[in-house]
Design a protein around this ligand. Structure first.
Ligand code: JCQ
Length: 221
């Protein structure tokens, strides 16, 4: 799979893309990440990529021309804009994108982008949460990680590739490992019992309880 990233900060990606399974996936030829420096398409001697908004107001707007020049050669890919005003990203979105040959992530900045970009040059506008970042670069990295772990051959055990936290649409149960006691903090006894039926039952209860407490929005009723 190829993932293009359009950004004014290509250097920002060097270390996170070299590390961990994302770095390995590239070395193994499972993933090809291409960084596109938007500034290269900037206007004038200052390589300008933003301008004041029509109608007035605070802040700057990303200009259409540099974005069009960067995106035109990527027209055959699925083009995604990262922005707080996008549709919320879900695991299903990542599942869908991981099946593509080529995905393009466009990192928004400033107060926003010229709406004609979203209208004519972008296939999907997506948000990674209800908060505002300085730019879409962190959101792009989150998506790269979420997609990479779904690519065949990237994660050793296919069982752990399941959308763990979202099994049965519920959050994961708590996990524990050795030692069984640390500073007097003990592991739930049932997990040491060796009774797999009881363990399964306990885990199901915990998933249910956690979801009710932390994410009632995930439970329909
Ligand atoms: C993405 N949740 C938050 C910041 C404007 C063009 O749009 C803009 C994009 C950003 C960066 O993205 C986010 C974000 N998902 O802040 C301002």
């Amino acid at each position: 799979m190829r993932i293009n990233v359009v950004t004014i900060f290509p250097e920002y990606f060097a270390s996170p893309l070299a590390a961990s399974l994302v770095g390995r996936a590239q070395v193994d030829g499972l993933l090809d990440i291409v960084l596109h420096d938007l500034r290269q398409h900037g206007k004038g001697t200052h390589r300008q990529v933003d301008d004041a908004p029509f109608g007035g107001g605070a802040g700057m707007v990303m200009m259409i021309e540099p974005l069009a020049d960067a995106l035109d050669p990527l027209e055959s890919s699925h083009r995604v804009l990262l922005a707080p005003a996008g549709k919320p990203l879900e695991q299903g979105t990542l599942d869908r994108w991981a099946a593509l040959d080529e995905l393009t992530l466009v990192c928004g900045r400033y107060e926003g982008i010229d709406e004609r970009v979203a209208e004519h040059l972008i296939d999907e506008e997506v948000s990674i949460g209800d908060y505002v970042l300085l730019g879409g670069e962190v959101a792009a990295l989150a998506i790269i990680e979420g997609v990479t772990r779904l690519l065949p051959g990237v994660v050793g055990n296919p069982e752990s590739v399941m959308s763990e936290s979202f099994r049965d649409g519920l959050l994961e149960e708590p996990h524990y490992t050795r030692p069984a006691e640390f500073r007097g903090w003990v592991v739930p006894e049932v997990l040491l019992s060796g009774d797999h039926g009881k363990v399964d039952e306990w885990r199901a209860e915990q998933r249910e309880k956690r979801t009710r407490e932390r994410r009632p929005d995930l439970i329909e009723d």
